[in-house]
Design a protein around this ligand. Structure first.
Ligand SMILES: [Zn+2]
Length: 70
């Protein structure tokens, strides 16, 4: 399982799904229902999985926590 970020090529909605690479093709846009999705790297999922465990836990808004986890 992996958290994968998608961006809908139809309506522009950006969202993430917990899915497997096998089930990736089944993911649909929650807003318009299309499966015309583009995988986004370094999006929401990336921030959630890596930066939340960062030193400051600030989600890369280091100006707000004064750390340098970003
Ligand atoms: Zn859409």
């Amino acid at each position: 399982m992996a958290v994968i970020d998608f961006k809908c090529t139809q309506c522009g909605k950006q969202f993430f799904e917990v899915t497997t690479s096998k089930d990736r093709a089944k993911v649909r846009c929650p807003q318009c229902g299309t499966n015309e999705l583009k995988q986004v790297f370094g999006g929401t999922a990336y921030l959630k999985t890596s930066s939340e465990k960062g030193k400051g836990g600030c989600g890369r808004s280091c100006s707000s926590c004064g750390s340098s986890c970003g």
